[in-house]
Ligand binder design. Structure first.
Ligand code: GLC
Length: 750
């Protein structure tokens, strides 16, 4: 049975009293790259952490960015957070969380540094693949089950990066300015749901600054909002190298300073904080708050229990002891790989399918040509701290070869040339906190192909075109990879790298039926060929069974049900970050730099107009819209009803009937949006306030129900600094996407 709160706090207090100042300091900063400090005298252990959102990262030496390198730390490689969001399936988020948490425990971790839920405001951001969506409601609805799944295993999630971490360009040194409404309506809700609904046991601060304070030592974010307003009593760790000042860190809601350098005793919350307390510059009570959160965290993940002992002198002593029946976890279980596959199957998004180009039935296919380096590329071992040493990874070519079997000749040709790994090896993370690392992007984007490489590019393309003439069925697999979807740098535009446009057009010239697959963690410009292609599939880094899932969709074994968790703009210059925001930010003056310890400042002038909120409001066309995804069947929506609700704070119940009018079973993510009938100048036209995914057999019809509360019709007012419910005529939209509205009803709010 769960110990009661009072009893727990009493034990924490008793153990706290035992600690010296030096010992308190040990607990609040790293003793290794992925462990906090310990106090063996009192049985207080280190907290063991590991990246990342797609699985449990391989082990490094305690204080060297070098993998331990045994074969013992290969793990399940899950679909990235963008892929999980593409499923619009809360159960799969929960299942993915359970796998991630159980594997983390099985690999001896107390905390997994996941999920990443920053708003995908800027499609150039290198880490978009590690985040879920441009929409705060979709993020909140998917992050809660994901964290709940993780934390079932005596291990903690660590939702990150709190907050407004929307670019990699000078990520430690860019300050973000934004108004309160934008913060409350767009950038905080995912974290608020993680804290208040999922009760996440840990959270990670961000590298960037918000309103002049570094995110991981921010009084505004970590004390005012997180601790005071949200009453969060969980653990807060900094991002690695995100602390810059002892006093700010000591007096903010941060608990543990982590970093990428091995000089642990010189960390801001190490010797410097001991000195500062001794000099009276910092109150020891501020350290006590941190230690309480750390001990409470250890109790919550059952890393320790606290034993109290009455002493002869009437006092009680306390010490930490291990928990005998703590969940041991497990990893690489076949059931885990099955969940990875189930999630991957629902993460594939079909963007186009003219003339029923897809599926390509195996029984009718003798020869299948697969063109494109991404068909044969392992993606798991890249992307920065999110990299995964996968037990195995089914690539698209492996998936297709297996799916089509021995009666079909499946032939691979690379199609486009990818230069050897452009970015430096593992020591990258130590460099990653210095501005110089941004040069990677320039190296990558400015590098010129050698004459030999130019020759190879030509040869690969010619070979692909020659073969494409001979094969009826051709699948091109291109997109991005972790040279472009990666931590530490942003892309410079949305163009496909490696001259893929030329390849795709050259193949379509000789084989107009070629199917195109984009494997990417963020939007790419497909306008050079998307009108010509009859069929286009989209898949974010989809885990160890991503190749299986893709092949099963192509063959028709699986009916695709993924929907875009983010809009796919064709040009960065037409995005909110470019049109209204001033990405990557204005260079600070010398005085500003000194005051803020930053280099850039960027105002999120796009405000709440992020993603589809922006494209709809400003009439900017996108390639494919938020919430869009096709199926091998069709769905008819009918009989929408809206009734007044008499629940606690429920205003309306909405229902709609959805019928599968096709010939194959399918799943449909039905979406509900809300907006004013006459849209006022500073409000989005519509906003996602509900979704549900239903499975329907051919001919089957189900009723999908939603409940709307006052909050769903409210905006945060900068004037009154409170949430205000809108008044007057509202429209409730039911859509198969944000633009494909199938039904709507008006209501009046008093
Ligand atoms: C990295 C990332 C963070 C990661 C941490 C540890 O720089 O910003 O997401 O969990 O440091 O690798």
């Amino acid at each position: 049975m769960r110990p009661n709160k009072k009893d727990t706090e009493k034990k924490i207090e008793a153990l706290l009293q035992e600690l010296t100042l030096e010992e308190k300091s040990r607990l609040i900063h790293a003793s290794e790259f992925f462990r906090s400090g310990d106090v063996p005298r009192l049985g207080i252990p280190k907290i063991t952490m590991s990246d990342g959102p797609m699985g449990v990262r391989n082990d490094f030496y305690p204080a060297k960015w070098r993998p331990v390198g045994t074969t013992a730390d290969a793990v399940s490689y899950l679909p990235c957070n963008t892929a999980i969001a593409s499923t619009w399936n809360r159960e799969l988020a929960y299942d993915s969380g359970r796998v991630l948490g159980r594997e983390a425990r099985g690999r001896g971790k107390d905390m997994i540094l996941a999920p990443g839920i920053n708003i995908k405001r800027n499609p150039l951001c290198g880490r978009n693949f590690e985040y879920m969506s441009e929409d705060p409601y979709l993020i909140a609805e998917m992050v809660v089950p994901l964290i709940e799944g993780i934390e079932e295993n005596d291990v903690s999630a660590c939702v990150k990066h709190f907050a407004c971490n929307a670019q990699e360009w000078e990520r430690l040194w860019v300050n973000v300015e934004l108004d309160e409404r934008t913060l409350r309506e767009i950038y905080l809700p995912g974290f608020e749901a993680a804290v208040k609904r999922a009760k996440t046991k840990a959270l990670m601060g961000s590298y960037n600054l918000v309103r002049g304070e570094h995110g991981s030592q921010s009084k505004f974010l970590l004390t005012e909002i997180l601790r005071k307003e949200w009453k969060y009593d969980g653990l807060v760790v900094s991002d690695w190298g995100a602390i810059h000042d002892t006093k700010a860190a000591a007096e903010s809601g941060l608990d543990i300073e982590m970093s990428v350098f091995p000089n642990f005793d010189e960390y801001f919350l190490a010797n410097p904080v001991i000195e500062a307390v001794k000099k009276g510059e910092i109150a020891e009570a501020d350290l006590d708050k941190k230690v309480r959160n750390i001990l409470r965290f250890m109790l919550r993940v059952r890393l320790i229990e606290i034993e109290m002992k009455a002493q002869k002198n009437g006092k009680t002593s306390a010490k930490a002891v291990p928990v005998a029946d703590r969940d041991p976890g497990y990893f690489n279980g076949s059931a885990m790989h099955l969940y990875a596959k189930k999630t991957a199957r629902e993460a594939v998004v079909m963007l186009k399918n003219e003339k029923h180009r897809l599926p390509i039935k195996p029984s009718q296919t003798r020869k299948l040509l697969v063109i494109g380096n991404n068909a044969d590329r392992l993606q798991s071992n890249g992307g920065g701290s999110g990299e995964i040493k996968a037990l195995y990874e089914v690539t698209p070519i492996m998936g297709l070869t297996r799916e089509y079997g021995g009666n079909t000749e499946v032939r691979f040709t690379p199609g486009y040339y990818v230069p050897r790994k452009i970015r430096p090896e593992v020591s990258w993370q130590e460099d990653s906190v210095s501005p110089e690392v941004m040069l990677d992007a320039e190296d990558r984007d400015k590098r010129k192909n050698s004459a030999k490489e130019k020759e190879l590019i030509k040869k690969y393309r010619e070979e692909a075109v020659r073969l494409a003439k001979e094969y009826d069925e051709v699948v091109i697999v291109g997109g991005l990879d972790h040279e472009y979807d990666t931590e530490g740098c942003d892309r410079k535009d949305l163009k496909l790298p490696y001259q893929q446009d030329a390849l795709i057009n050259a193949v379509l010239d000789v084989n107009p039926r070629a199917v195109v697959v984009m494997l990417a963690g963020s939007p790419v410009d497909m306008t050079a060929w998307s009108d010509r292609a009859q069929a286009i599939l989209w898949m974010a880094y989809n885990g160890m069974e991503g190749g299986t899932a893709l092949a099963e969709v192509i063959s028709g074994t699986v009916n695709p049900s993924g929907k875009l968790p983010e809009s796919l703009p064709s040009d960065f210059k037409k995005t909110s970050a470019a049109v209204l925001g001033d990405y990557p930010g204005r260079k600070l003056t010398a005085a500003e730099k000194k005051k803020m310890n930053a280099t850039l400042t960027q105002t999120f002038r796009d405000g709440v107009f992020v993603g589809y909120r922006f494209y709809e409001k400003y009439n900017v066309p996108v390639q494919y819209e938020f919430g869009y995804g096709l199926s091998y069947t069709e769905y008819k929506y009918s009989g929408m009803t809206v009734e007044k609700a008499n629940g606690k704070d429920a205003l309306f119940t909405v229902s709609v009937k959805v019928k599968n009018t096709g010939h194959v079973t399918g799943k449909e993510a039905v979406q509900l949006y809300v907006g004013e009938k006459v849209v006022s100048e500073d409000n989005p036209i519509k906003e996602l306030k509900g979704f549900d995914k239903v499975e329907l057999e051919p001919g089957e019809e189900k009723t999908v129900r939603f409940t709307l509360t006052a909050k769903d019709f409210s905006h945060f007012s900068n004037e009154s600094n409170t949430w205000q419910q809108m008044k007057g005529r509202m429209v409730i939209y039911i859509g198969a996407s944000s633009a494909d509205i199938r039904a709507k009803k008006e209501v009046t709010l008093k």
